[in-house]
Design a protein. Sequence first.
Length: 359
Amino acid sequence: MNLLMLFTCCLIVRSVKHCTDPNKINDFSEVCRQFLGQWGSRISILFSVITLFCTSIVFWILVSSFMYSTVFYIYEMQKPKNASMITMASLPIGNHTYPGLLCPKLYNNSLVGPAIISEQDQLFHRIWDKTYTVPLFAVIIILPLSCLRSPTFFTKFNSLGTIVSMYMLGFVIWKSIGWGIHWNTAEASLVEAGFPTLTGMISLAFFTHNGVLSVLRCQKHPENNIFLDNFPTDDILSFLGRFGLMIQIITIFPLLLYIMRAQSMLMIFGTLYPGFRHIFIWNCFVSAVCVLFSVFFPQVGTIMRYSGAFGSLFYCFTLPCIVTYVIMRKENRLYWPMTIFLASIILLGLTNFISQIFI
């Protein structure tokens, strides 16, 4: 899947060279307009916006989760340690015990155990609920940021992603050294019937096709270029990881919303910034949908695999192959092996999407 997404992404980059004026091409939708007509441009923008919308929902759920864990850690640190937190050291699995590991699924996805909590704690959990209230609190932070006219301010925090990624790598290595390797080969399987679930999620993870031209256009030399919920909130290392990821998502999220907003406004009004009123109404609509999903359907994996498979079917597999087909046919370089190969890529994308329905 990685190589397939890389290949179609390269098709998009190479298609620009065949345009009338490559220096004026800023987005793949403009390439589609030149080779496929207005309908091709509108289809590319439509499915790009749909995918970005679903990605925004995933980001909102993750931001809510990290906000909940961060505030809950600060709240718990103000109290003396008690037995309300259940760790794997007190609840062994099989012949192994894992110090400092929490299994939220054992207690209905809650970070607190079955111990009796005080009225103050009950009030805190009613106000600061991971599913029903924290997504609403996220509006206070994200909505004002999304209304900024230019996202230039947030591009200065791109280096934060590298720092957080390096920290998470070190965090995983540190915990792995402490726990050791426990792999049950008897239960391991190289092939599972539900493997399309992974391909659907990977489709969204590698969905960079709608921004690759804008990114490379800014490069002078481009050739040189929920795991944490298993740990208790009193783990300082996991807290730093959650906090770092929360800050990273908060700084990246407005950029994502800006791309989606710009494509939507350009398609509807013909301009990137039709006015603050239009932008505010659009952002309120996006925020409302994200909150509703965060409250009533906070299933990150399901949203990722359906939106990834659906969006990639058109934007990553179908449109790049059709544009390449038109270009090669126009230049008399089209042969039947290439036609079969491009059709096979589209068929794989369609199979990836259909398979999500039967998982």
